[in-house]
Design a protein around this ligand. Sequence first.
Ligand SMILES: Cc1ncc(COP(=O)(O)O)c(C=O)c1O
Length: 362
Amino acid sequence: MSLIENIIRPEVRSLAAYHVPDATGFVKLDAMENPYTLPPDLRDALARRLADVALNRYPTPTYIALKQSICGRLGVPSGFDVLLGNGSDELISIISLACARPGAKVLAPVPGFVMYSMSALFAGLEFIGVPLRADCTLDREAMLASIAQHRPSVVYLAYPNNPTGTLYREDDMLAILKAVGDSGVVVVDEAYQPFAQVSFMPHLPQFENLVVMRTVSKLGLAGIRLGYMSAGPALLAEFDKVRPPYNINVLTEAAAEFLLDHLDVLDAQASSLRGERERLAAALGTMPGIEVFPSAANFLLIRTRRSGQDGNTVFGRLLAQKVLIKNVGRMHPLLEDCLRVTVSTPEENNWFLDALRTSLTP
Ligand SMILES: Cc1ncc(COP(=O)(O)O)c(C=O)c1O
């Protein structure tokens, strides 16, 4: 046996590394980023603020000022605190680690965000995927049956879902929260909340098993890597024990504190992206054979099959025109011939629409 076989877990060895394509020279519409940067005056003010950060010191371990700002400005109910993560990816692994009792299971609708199953696998938890319906809506009966059968310790519901953009019905989510009861936590992942404008935060006081998770990534700050989650104090205290100390670096802490005082700028960007989402969806809807799924996020899922071109061909032709979107066709059988495109500026959206039209011609 080689060194690698001797020491690395087989389930890790059999994985392919998470592949992020090089986007140099491409119109980058693959990662649900906000295309807008900060206005020049705000960038200068931020630079001055960051220049004062003491890089020689560890962060304040409690992150009290940043947490207070998040709680006060982002709709966390009074009396509830947040736990911070290096992106919500880190929060997902904290939850997995804390809940990895022998035999414990994680359950989520599929297709869904890939880190739910990956992080379960890393922590040694079994992942149960419950297929969405063909129209990408939540299959309430299948979810409830699977919850009754598996008694999962963690259930993830992305609200709205990635990669489909679907906003699940609130009454279905509430039924799931009640069915899971005190045998598990239900993590409502609101990564795309700025584009959906609905939230489960107000439900926190009602449900001891509810965790609401968010990120600043899609709001326009993907580069600083900051996620936060809220839940009842007892649950949050347990998750906090698993969090690596100083997991938020001083530059992220200072940048986030500063930008939370200027949320209006980011909110205005999100608002124009919501408008562009509607315009892009309408334009796609007029293209012969293109199926557009309803989306409450900053991306759209489309299916090309009825256009006479399969998803892989269209994806390849877009790449040849220097437009990078995400080919999700192999993620799950429900997504055959499906592509996911990030909503961007009017110029980039037009560029994509033109390139897609060209890609669909036989
Ligand atoms: C549903 C969902 N949750 C969480 C994340 C990760 O966000 P972050 O950048 O905070 O790690 C993503 C990223 O695409 C996502 O789609």
